[in-house]
Design a protein around this ligand. Sequence first.
Ligand SMILES: Cc1cc2nc3c(=O)[nH]c(=O)nc-3n(C[C@H](O)[C@H](O)[C@H](O)COP(=O)(O)OP(=O)(O)OC[C@H]3O[C@@H](n4cnc5c(N)ncnc54)[C@H](O)[C@@H]3O)c2cc1C
Length: 390
Amino acid sequence: MPLTADAVIIGGGAVGTSILYHLAQSGMRNLILLEKDGLSAGSTGDSAAIIRQHYSNPVSTQLAMRSIEILKSFPEKLGQDVFDQTGWLFLVPEDAGESFKINLKQLQELGVNTREISIDEAPQHIPGLNPDGIAHVAFEPDGGFCDPQQLCLGFANGAQSKGAQILLNTPATGISTSNNRVTGVTTSTGHIDTPIVVNAAGPWAHKVGRWAGLDLPLEISREQEIMVRVKPGIPLPKTAVSNMVDRIYLRPTREQDTLLVGVGHPKANESADPDNYNRKTDAEFVKDTVERLTKRLPHMVGADLIASWAGLYTITPDWNMIADQAAGVDGLFLAVGGSGHSFKLAPALGECMAELIVRGQSDTVDITPLRASRFAEGSGMLSTYGGNRG
Ligand SMILES: Cc1cc2nc3c(=O)[nH]c(=O)nc-3n(C[C@H](O)[C@H](O)[C@H](O)COP(=O)(O)OP(=O)(O)OC[C@H]3O[C@@H](n4cnc5c(N)ncnc54)[C@H](O)[C@@H]3O)c2cc1C
């Protein structure tokens, strides 16, 4: 193990690998990423990885827009095709209609390619759609879904080709500081001297922050998803879909006949210990999710459950990430609190964090709205729809 690094990143999920790649791109050479398990072993590997730009706060929209550019450039720059740009549909009930209209206008002003389509048009994208209770439908042709494992691998390979090192199965076990400055990271196999540490540890970020005396405002919630296979000849949705009417989200996969489905907000958080939680779905969850799905898509009755799992959201008080330098600990950076929607932000967030680390500010997207101090200032971000919808 090398004994010194210009920067050490803790966590090999979408956020950590993106930061590593973008730091390497910026010219930093002696970089180390520590991953206690394998790449994408945390929330990233469990993610639905749906990509959309529909948010009520500009910073999330701008990060999602920039992320789509990065995802589209993946085959050329990183040799991997990780993004299925199928489009994204948002099904909205009447009681959210007013905020939907305001959001749509704001999105268009920010340059997002999105529009409201008629309910009659929606079945072109979602064959067999039951229109009951749907008041509005937004269409984003640029949205879609990703392969989360391949994304991490792509960033990791890209960083390694520029000299970065990735140490798998190597947990960080502590952060050393001197005079309120980071001086190094201890790992399961030794110590690395470094002036810069990035906490990108997902659900373990609170624990990592503790090593430097921080008490990050993060809550963990267990989140379940299922995958179903439809009978031959049954048409699947062509786009990724967020369905606020029935509180489900779904998306096709790269297989011809399978659909991933999860349950959206509003719902209660289910507190979990990241080191010890039930990775399997509850029978009641599966039953409820299938009922919601077949109510909206009646021709899906009889689809076979082929996979199910539970992962973790790491949630901040306003359901938006913290992306900042830690106050009072020079050299410690935070990219934590994905809040159930930050896979899609990770490509751009990595770029912005690299800018913050190297230049002291992020220019691609100004991420100061994601500063850690916003909660103490009482200026947390507002969210129109609540939860991870943004
Ligand atoms: C079921 C589910 C569905 C989701 N759906 C979507 C979606 O559709 N769209 C979207 O945008 N987002 C979605 N999300 C959220 C998104 O997946 C997460 O916000 C994002 O993947 C978080 O990435 P991360 O890199 O911050 O964390 P993680 O992927 O959790 O990565 C953190 C890594 O740090 C490692 N680590 C922790 N501690 C240490 C240590 N001490 N030393 C070394 N390594 C350590 C872990 O092993 C882990 O690999 C979903 C999440 C879940 C759970």
